[in-house]
Design a protein around this ligand. Structure first.
Ligand SMILES: Cc1cc2nc3c(=O)[nH]c(=O)nc-3n(C[C@H](O)[C@H](O)[C@H](O)COP(=O)(O)OP(=O)(O)OC[C@H]3O[C@@H](n4cnc5c(N)ncnc54)[C@H](O)[C@@H]3O)c2cc1C
Length: 453
């Protein structure tokens, strides 16, 4: 198929779809027809910025990994480098056994290489188990996969899983160690085990990245909204506020209901919707996408009086053997210097790990009450907020369970045989915004090669 001014469709207007549309516009110029369909009333998907206490507050993703190049490079391309801000450099805490502990250092997603890293967070018995682990034979088949919870639980015990690993996986995937697989979530650990590490401690020590200077995270001064607006303007799409219901072959192109015939399509939707769109044209890929579960979560943003006494830390993660309903607090005004200037204290409480549908569907009133109750327990702050915002994210994050990479390979393999259809999105090669940008860029390059080789 050759078309210098093709008629293209992007399904899904989250960051993946917007980046894909922007890349297609850059490749084909003003003459191409690029339609972007999203059934939600707004663009952005899991990125959303609301106005609270006189300024922007992100209530979906609130940061990105700064060690990956994609976000700074994209901001630079869009003339937005002045938006880039880094955290104030404070450390996070973990709430466990009714007290606050420093987040362990020198761990891989909370998995320690030695007992010292977890001293104070777990009891003496757990520390002895970690210390003795190197001496026990390890049964790992190269190329295999298992849940992080099963691996760490067997080698180091349940306390390490619940107090050190779960809190971190709850943040990244809205998941639990038991629902997240080693190979997709911690690939460097799986590789160290494949190379023949004789214990989990040795594999972690081998896989730990060398300490680097510089911030781990970054964000946008004006919130993700600034990026969404710039991408949307630069992509100059025809926006169709509709759910795409089906996709089928139409001569050399594709027919998407209700948009009509197009030369090529990028599907940038969550796993469940992807499965529905592929079911007739790529049934194996559809079945693989259907096997990627999604976790729901909710964010309660609180604007509290300026003088409340939240600790001088960036956030608080909650151990899963603690009895709180919240899974984490971001102490936004402490974490980000630009938010400290707002005249209020901003705190984000997060709820919902895989399987916690009940709390996510609680009323706004109940979620705000739970956020305030749990914040009071962990910090002593019980002041009345001056503003609140409740944001639910149903199916917010795909669970990268054991075997996830096989499911992704099955999707990509069958879709590669569909001339003019590409897939992007958080289900593929990382849930974070940088990974979504990378996957969308790849999808757009592939589609460009197909429609105008
Ligand atoms: C609460 C929360 C906090 C997060 N925090 C961070 C963070 O701090 N840093 C970070 O890097 N990442 C974070 N993430 C992850 C990151 O935000 C997401 O993985 C990413 O934004 C997903 O983008 P996407 O475009 O792939 O998918 P989505 O944002 O899910 O967009 C998909 C879009 O497709 C649309 N759609 C679905 N079906 C159809 C259809 N049939 N037709 C048309 N449209 C359809 C949907 O309406 C949606 O808008 C967080 C996620 C959540 C939920």
């Amino acid at each position: 198929m050759t078309a210098t001014s093709p008629n293209l469709l992007v399904v899904g207007g989250g960051v993946s779809g917007l980046v894909a549309a922007y890349r297609l516009r850059k490749r084909f110029g003003a003459a191409a027809r690029i339609t972007l369909a999203d059934g939600a009333a707004r663009l952005g998907g899991k990125l959303r910025t609301v106005t609270m206490a006189g300024g922007p507050v992100d209530v979906g993703a609130e940061a990105f990994i700064a060690r990956r190049p994609e976000v700074p490079a994209l901001l630079d391309e869009l003339g937005l480098s002045d938006q880039l801000v880094y955290p104030a450099g404070l450390h996070p805490l973990i709430w466990s056994e009714n007290s606050l502990h420093p987040l362990p250092q020198n761990t891989l997603m909370g998995i320690p290489a030695d007992a010292d890293s977890l001293r104070g967070l777990v009891d003496e018995r757990a520390l002895e188990q970690i210390a003795g682990e190197r001496a026990l034979p390890l049964d790992w088949t190269p190329g295999s996969d298992m849940s992080v919870g099963a691996l760490v639980g067997e080698r180091f015990g349940a306390q390490v899983v619940r107090r050190s690993v779960d809190p971190l996986l709850g943040g990244v995937y809205s998941g639990l160690a038991d629902t997240i697989g080693v190979r997709a979530a911690i690939p460097t650990l799986a590789e160290a085990l494949d190379r023949g590490a004789t214990s989990l401690s040795a594999a972690v020590a081998d896989a730990l990245p060398a300490p680097t200077a510089g911030p781990v995270f970054g964000t946008l001064r004006g919130g993700y909204e600034v990026l969404l607006e710039a991408l949307s303007a630069a992509a100059s799409v025809e926006f169709v506020p509709e759910h795409i219901r089906s996709l089928r072959r139409d001569g050399e192109g594709w027919r998407a209901d209700p948009v009509g015939r197009v030369d090529g399509v990028i599907l940038a939707v969550p796993a469940t919707q992807l499965s529905g769109l592929l079911v007739d044209i790529a049934p194996k890929a559809a079945a693989a996408a259907e096997r990627i579960p999604l976790a729901s979560s909710a964010v309660v943003a609180l604007a509290l009086p300026i003088d409340v006494n939240v600790p001088p830390n960036s956030g608080i993660l909650v151990a899963t053997d603690a009895t709180l309903e919240a899974k984490a607090f971001t102490l936004s005004s402490r974490k980000w210097a630009h938010l400290a200037e707002r005249g209020v204290t901003l705190v984000r409480a997060s709820f919902g790990r895989f399987g916690d549908a009940g709390i996510v569907d609680a009323t706004d009133e109940d979620l705000v009450a739970a956020a305030r109750r749990d914040l009071a327990i962990v910090t002593g702050v019980s002041d009345m907020p001056v503003a609140t915002h409740v944001q639910r994210w149903h199916g917010g994050l795909p669970q990268y369970g054991p075997g996830h990479l096989d499911r992704v390979a099955a999707i990509e393999e069958e879709v590669a045989g569909l001339d003019g259809v590409e897939v992007a999105g958080a289900l593929l090669h990382g849930v974070g915004v940088p990974a979504c940008i990378a996957a969308a860029t790849t999808a757009a390059a592939r589609l460009s090669g197909r429609v105008a080789p």
